[in-house]
Design a protein around this ligand. Structure first.
Ligand SMILES: Cc1cc2nc3c(=O)[nH]c(=O)nc-3n(C[C@H](O)[C@H](O)[C@H](O)COP(=O)(O)OP(=O)(O)OC[C@H]3O[C@@H](n4cnc5c(N)ncnc54)[C@H](O)[C@@H]3O)c2cc1C
Length: 272
Protein backbone atom coordinates (compact mmCIF):
# COMPACT_ATOMS: atom_id res chain seq x y z
CA UNK A 1 0.00 0.00 0.00
CA UNK A 2 0.99 3.61 -0.39
CA UNK A 3 0.77 6.30 2.26
CA UNK A 4 -2.23 8.66 2.21
CA UNK A 5 -1.52 12.16 0.89
CA UNK A 6 0.38 14.45 3.23
CA UNK A 7 2.14 17.81 3.16
CA UNK A 8 5.90 17.81 3.65
CA UNK A 9 7.73 20.57 5.54
CA UNK A 10 11.47 20.81 6.11
CA UNK A 11 12.37 23.37 8.80
CA UNK A 12 15.91 24.76 8.84
CA UNK A 13 16.21 24.96 12.62
CA UNK A 14 14.61 24.01 15.94
CA UNK A 15 12.56 27.19 16.36
CA UNK A 16 11.05 26.74 12.91
CA UNK A 17 10.26 23.08 13.62
CA UNK A 18 8.52 23.96 16.90
CA UNK A 19 6.57 26.78 15.23
CA UNK A 20 5.36 24.36 12.52
CA UNK A 21 4.30 21.80 15.12
CA UNK A 22 2.37 24.45 17.07
CA UNK A 23 0.80 25.89 13.92
CA UNK A 24 -0.60 22.52 12.82
CA UNK A 25 -1.93 21.78 16.30
CA UNK A 26 -1.77 17.99 16.42
CA UNK A 27 -2.16 17.38 12.68
CA UNK A 28 1.58 17.37 12.02
CA UNK A 29 4.16 14.82 13.19
CA UNK A 30 7.94 14.93 13.14
CA UNK A 31 9.78 12.71 10.68
CA UNK A 32 13.17 11.42 11.87
CA UNK A 33 14.62 8.30 10.22
CA UNK A 34 11.21 7.26 8.91
CA UNK A 35 11.92 3.60 9.68
CA UNK A 36 8.75 3.22 11.73
CA UNK A 37 6.67 6.19 10.61
CA UNK A 38 6.80 5.49 6.87
CA UNK A 39 5.82 1.79 7.17
CA UNK A 40 3.01 2.85 9.55
CA UNK A 41 1.79 5.36 6.95
CA UNK A 42 2.11 2.86 4.12
CA UNK A 43 0.02 0.38 6.09
CA UNK A 44 -2.40 3.24 6.92
CA UNK A 45 -1.90 2.75 10.65
CA UNK A 46 -0.88 6.42 10.77
CA UNK A 47 -2.25 9.19 8.56
CA UNK A 48 -0.75 12.54 9.59
CA UNK A 49 -1.74 15.51 7.44
CA UNK A 50 1.72 17.05 7.64
CA UNK A 51 5.22 15.63 8.05
CA UNK A 52 7.87 17.88 9.56
CA UNK A 53 11.20 16.47 8.45
CA UNK A 54 13.86 17.09 11.12
CA UNK A 55 16.77 16.27 8.79
CA UNK A 56 18.11 19.86 8.60
CA UNK A 57 17.72 20.74 12.29
CA UNK A 58 21.34 20.99 13.39
CA UNK A 59 20.37 21.46 17.07
CA UNK A 60 19.21 17.82 17.11
CA UNK A 61 22.53 16.36 16.04
CA UNK A 62 25.83 15.60 17.74
CA UNK A 63 27.30 13.56 20.57
CA UNK A 64 29.17 15.43 23.29
CA UNK A 65 30.70 14.64 26.66
CA UNK A 66 29.92 17.33 29.24
CA UNK A 67 31.65 16.55 32.53
CA UNK A 68 30.04 13.42 33.91
CA UNK A 69 27.32 13.19 31.24
CA UNK A 70 27.08 12.31 27.58
CA UNK A 71 24.53 14.21 25.50
CA UNK A 72 23.20 12.54 22.35
CA UNK A 73 21.17 14.62 19.89
CA UNK A 74 17.77 13.14 19.04
CA UNK A 75 18.57 12.83 15.31
CA UNK A 76 21.66 10.71 15.95
CA UNK A 77 21.34 7.55 13.91
CA UNK A 78 22.09 4.06 15.23
CA UNK A 79 24.96 3.75 12.75
CA UNK A 80 26.56 6.90 14.18
CA UNK A 81 26.20 5.59 17.73
CA UNK A 82 27.89 2.35 16.74
CA UNK A 83 31.04 4.17 15.55
CA UNK A 84 31.29 7.04 17.98
CA UNK A 85 34.31 6.92 20.32
CA UNK A 86 32.46 8.73 23.13
CA UNK A 87 29.62 6.21 23.04
CA UNK A 88 31.94 3.21 22.87
CA UNK A 89 34.06 4.46 25.79
CA UNK A 90 31.51 6.18 28.03
CA UNK A 91 28.20 4.47 27.28
CA UNK A 92 29.31 0.92 26.42
CA UNK A 93 25.86 -0.56 27.10
CA UNK A 94 24.56 1.15 23.94
CA UNK A 95 27.40 -0.41 21.95
CA UNK A 96 26.47 -3.85 23.32
CA UNK A 97 22.84 -3.49 22.27
CA UNK A 98 23.17 -1.90 18.82
CA UNK A 99 23.93 -5.06 16.83
CA UNK A 100 20.58 -6.43 18.03
CA UNK A 101 18.54 -3.50 16.73
CA UNK A 102 16.99 -4.42 13.38
CA UNK A 103 19.33 -4.64 10.37
CA UNK A 104 21.99 -2.47 8.69
CA UNK A 105 19.54 -0.67 6.39
CA UNK A 106 17.35 0.35 9.32
CA UNK A 107 20.32 1.26 11.55
CA UNK A 108 21.58 3.52 8.75
CA UNK A 109 18.47 5.72 9.03
CA UNK A 110 16.82 5.04 12.41
CA UNK A 111 17.46 7.56 15.19
CA UNK A 112 17.59 7.42 18.97
CA UNK A 113 14.97 10.18 19.27
CA UNK A 114 12.60 8.41 16.88
CA UNK A 115 12.84 5.20 18.85
CA UNK A 116 12.18 6.91 22.19
CA UNK A 117 9.25 8.94 20.83
CA UNK A 118 7.73 5.82 19.30
CA UNK A 119 7.97 3.93 22.62
CA UNK A 120 7.64 0.46 21.12
CA UNK A 121 7.68 -1.84 24.16
CA UNK A 122 9.86 -4.33 22.27
CA UNK A 123 12.49 -1.73 21.30
CA UNK A 124 15.90 -1.74 22.91
CA UNK A 125 16.46 2.02 23.36
CA UNK A 126 13.81 2.70 26.01
CA UNK A 127 15.16 -0.14 28.17
CA UNK A 128 18.72 1.10 27.70
CA UNK A 129 17.68 4.55 28.89
CA UNK A 130 16.07 3.05 32.01
CA UNK A 131 19.10 0.90 32.82
CA UNK A 132 21.42 3.87 32.30
CA UNK A 133 19.33 6.28 34.38
CA UNK A 134 19.15 8.61 31.39
CA UNK A 135 17.06 11.76 31.07
CA UNK A 136 15.20 12.76 27.94
CA UNK A 137 15.37 16.41 26.94
CA UNK A 138 12.18 17.72 25.44
CA UNK A 139 11.43 21.18 24.03
CA UNK A 140 8.01 22.67 23.29
CA UNK A 141 6.04 25.89 23.37
CA UNK A 142 6.37 25.97 27.16
CA UNK A 143 10.14 25.58 27.21
CA UNK A 144 12.53 22.72 27.97
CA UNK A 145 11.84 19.71 30.17
CA UNK A 146 14.39 17.13 31.29
CA UNK A 147 12.42 13.97 32.00
CA UNK A 148 13.87 10.92 33.71
CA UNK A 149 13.51 7.86 31.49
CA UNK A 150 11.74 6.19 34.44
CA UNK A 151 8.93 8.75 34.02
CA UNK A 152 8.86 9.06 30.22
CA UNK A 153 7.16 5.87 28.96
CA UNK A 154 3.51 5.34 29.80
CA UNK A 155 2.25 2.34 27.84
CA UNK A 156 2.23 0.82 24.33
CA UNK A 157 3.52 3.54 21.99
CA UNK A 158 2.64 6.20 24.56
CA UNK A 159 4.90 8.67 26.35
CA UNK A 160 4.51 11.89 28.32
CA UNK A 161 5.53 13.88 25.22
CA UNK A 162 2.98 16.58 24.36
CA UNK A 163 1.90 17.02 20.72
CA UNK A 164 3.73 20.36 20.45
CA UNK A 165 6.99 18.96 21.88
CA UNK A 166 10.08 17.47 20.29
CA UNK A 167 12.70 15.24 21.85
CA UNK A 168 15.93 17.19 21.40
CA UNK A 169 18.47 14.92 23.13
CA UNK A 170 19.14 12.28 25.75
CA UNK A 171 21.49 12.88 28.65
CA UNK A 172 23.25 9.84 30.10
CA UNK A 173 25.67 9.61 33.05
CA UNK A 174 29.09 8.46 31.83
CA UNK A 175 30.15 5.00 32.89
CA UNK A 176 32.41 4.90 35.95
CA UNK A 177 35.22 2.45 36.70
CA UNK A 178 33.03 0.69 39.23
CA UNK A 179 30.20 0.12 36.76
CA UNK A 180 29.59 -2.94 34.63
CA UNK A 181 26.93 -3.79 32.09
CA UNK A 182 25.05 -6.72 30.65
CA UNK A 183 22.66 -7.14 27.76
CA UNK A 184 20.73 -10.05 26.32
CA UNK A 185 17.76 -10.39 24.05
CA UNK A 186 15.93 -13.44 22.79
CA UNK A 187 14.38 -13.34 19.31
CA UNK A 188 13.14 -15.82 16.76
CA UNK A 189 15.71 -14.52 14.22
CA UNK A 190 18.59 -12.11 14.69
CA UNK A 191 17.37 -8.54 14.08
CA UNK A 192 13.75 -9.31 14.93
CA UNK A 193 12.06 -7.46 17.75
CA UNK A 194 12.72 -9.18 21.09
CA UNK A 195 10.36 -11.72 22.60
CA UNK A 196 12.15 -10.81 25.81
CA UNK A 197 15.27 -8.81 26.49
CA UNK A 198 17.11 -7.11 29.32
CA UNK A 199 19.62 -4.32 29.84
CA UNK A 200 21.61 -4.32 33.09
CA UNK A 201 23.79 -1.73 34.76
CA UNK A 202 25.58 -2.44 38.04
CA UNK A 203 27.33 0.21 40.12
CA UNK A 204 29.14 -1.47 43.01
CA UNK A 205 26.36 -3.72 44.36
CA UNK A 206 23.48 -1.63 43.05
CA UNK A 207 21.60 -2.82 39.96
CA UNK A 208 19.36 -1.13 37.40
CA UNK A 209 17.67 -3.81 35.31
CA UNK A 210 15.25 -2.96 32.50
CA UNK A 211 13.29 -5.60 30.60
CA UNK A 212 11.86 -5.01 27.12
CA UNK A 213 9.56 -6.99 24.83
CA UNK A 214 7.72 -8.34 27.85
CA UNK A 215 5.05 -5.81 28.81
CA UNK A 216 3.34 -2.58 27.66
CA UNK A 217 6.61 -0.67 28.07
CA UNK A 218 10.19 -1.21 29.21
CA UNK A 219 10.00 -2.11 32.90
CA UNK A 220 12.13 -2.27 36.04
CA UNK A 221 11.17 -4.28 39.12
CA UNK A 222 12.55 -2.75 42.32
CA UNK A 223 12.37 -5.93 44.43
CA UNK A 224 14.19 -7.88 41.73
CA UNK A 225 16.95 -5.27 41.53
CA UNK A 226 17.33 -5.29 45.33
CA UNK A 227 17.74 -9.07 45.61
CA UNK A 228 19.54 -10.06 42.42
CA UNK A 229 23.03 -9.48 43.83
CA UNK A 230 22.45 -11.97 46.66
CA UNK A 231 20.08 -14.58 45.31
CA UNK A 232 19.20 -14.92 41.63
CA UNK A 233 16.44 -17.51 42.17
CA UNK A 234 14.75 -15.28 44.72
CA UNK A 235 15.13 -12.28 42.40
CA UNK A 236 13.56 -14.14 39.46
CA UNK A 237 10.46 -14.84 41.57
CA UNK A 238 9.82 -11.07 41.49
CA UNK A 239 9.24 -11.29 37.73
CA UNK A 240 5.68 -12.14 38.82
CA UNK A 241 5.21 -8.40 39.37
CA UNK A 242 5.36 -7.77 35.61
CA UNK A 243 2.12 -7.97 33.66
CA UNK A 244 3.54 -9.99 30.78
CA UNK A 245 2.27 -9.53 27.23
CA UNK A 246 0.27 -12.45 25.91
CA UNK A 247 0.09 -12.37 22.12
CA UNK A 248 0.47 -14.44 18.97
CA UNK A 249 4.26 -14.44 19.26
CA UNK A 250 4.50 -15.76 22.82
CA UNK A 251 2.15 -16.22 25.73
CA UNK A 252 2.73 -14.57 29.10
CA UNK A 253 4.24 -17.66 30.75
CA UNK A 254 6.73 -18.09 27.91
CA UNK A 255 7.73 -14.44 28.06
CA UNK A 256 8.26 -14.69 31.81
CA UNK A 257 10.49 -17.72 31.34
CA UNK A 258 12.41 -15.98 28.54
CA UNK A 259 12.87 -12.87 30.68
CA UNK A 260 14.46 -15.04 33.37
CA UNK A 261 16.74 -16.71 30.81
CA UNK A 262 17.74 -13.34 29.36
CA UNK A 263 18.59 -11.92 32.78
CA UNK A 264 20.58 -15.01 33.77
CA UNK A 265 22.61 -14.80 30.55
CA UNK A 266 23.16 -11.05 30.85
CA UNK A 267 24.47 -11.48 34.40
CA UNK A 268 26.79 -14.31 33.36
CA UNK A 269 28.20 -12.07 30.65
CA UNK A 270 28.85 -9.30 33.20
CA UNK A 271 30.76 -11.46 35.60
CA UNK A 272 32.77 -13.49 33.07
C1 LIG B 1 11.97 -4.31 9.56
C2 LIG B 1 12.19 -3.43 10.77
C3 LIG B 1 12.77 -3.99 11.90
C4 LIG B 1 12.97 -3.20 13.03
N1 LIG B 1 13.54 -3.77 14.12
C5 LIG B 1 13.73 -3.03 15.24
C6 LIG B 1 14.31 -3.59 16.41
O1 LIG B 1 14.69 -4.76 16.45
N2 LIG B 1 14.45 -2.77 17.50
C7 LIG B 1 14.05 -1.45 17.48
O2 LIG B 1 14.18 -0.77 18.48
N3 LIG B 1 13.53 -0.91 16.38
C8 LIG B 1 13.35 -1.66 15.26
N4 LIG B 1 12.80 -1.07 14.16
C9 LIG B 1 12.38 0.35 14.22
C10 LIG B 1 13.55 1.28 13.98
O3 LIG B 1 14.46 1.14 15.03
C11 LIG B 1 13.08 2.74 13.91
O4 LIG B 1 14.10 3.41 13.31
C12 LIG B 1 12.78 3.46 15.21
O5 LIG B 1 11.83 2.78 15.96
C13 LIG B 1 12.20 4.83 14.95
O6 LIG B 1 13.23 5.68 14.61
P1 LIG B 1 13.14 6.61 13.35
O7 LIG B 1 14.25 7.58 13.49
O8 LIG B 1 13.09 5.81 12.09
O9 LIG B 1 11.77 7.38 13.62
P2 LIG B 1 10.53 7.71 12.67
O10 LIG B 1 10.02 6.46 12.06
O11 LIG B 1 10.86 8.84 11.76
O12 LIG B 1 9.50 8.25 13.77
C14 LIG B 1 8.96 7.40 14.75
C15 LIG B 1 7.98 8.20 15.62
O13 LIG B 1 8.69 9.12 16.44
C16 LIG B 1 8.28 10.47 16.20
N5 LIG B 1 9.50 11.26 16.31
C17 LIG B 1 10.65 11.07 15.63
N6 LIG B 1 11.59 11.91 16.06
C18 LIG B 1 11.03 12.65 17.03
C19 LIG B 1 11.53 13.69 17.90
N7 LIG B 1 12.79 14.13 17.84
N8 LIG B 1 10.68 14.22 18.81
C20 LIG B 1 9.40 13.78 18.89
N9 LIG B 1 8.88 12.80 18.11
C21 LIG B 1 9.70 12.26 17.20
C22 LIG B 1 7.64 10.44 14.81
O14 LIG B 1 6.70 11.46 14.65
C23 LIG B 1 7.00 9.05 14.82
O15 LIG B 1 5.78 9.10 15.50
C24 LIG B 1 12.59 -1.83 13.02
C25 LIG B 1 12.04 -1.26 11.86
C26 LIG B 1 11.82 -2.05 10.75
C27 LIG B 1 11.22 -1.42 9.52
Amino acid sequence: MKAPDFDYLRPANLDAALAMLAEHDGNAVPLAGGQSLMPMMNFRVAAPEVLIDLADVAELRGITRNGDHVRIGAMTRYVQLSKDPIILADVPLIGMALPHIAHDAIRNRGTIGGSLALADPAAEMPALMLALDAAIEVVGANGTRLIKADNFFLSYFETVLEKDELITAVVIPTASNTQSFGFCELTQRHGDYALAGVAVSRTDAKYRIAFFGVADRAVRVAALEDTVGDDLEKALAHLDEIEFTDDGKANAATRQRLAGVALTRALEEMTS
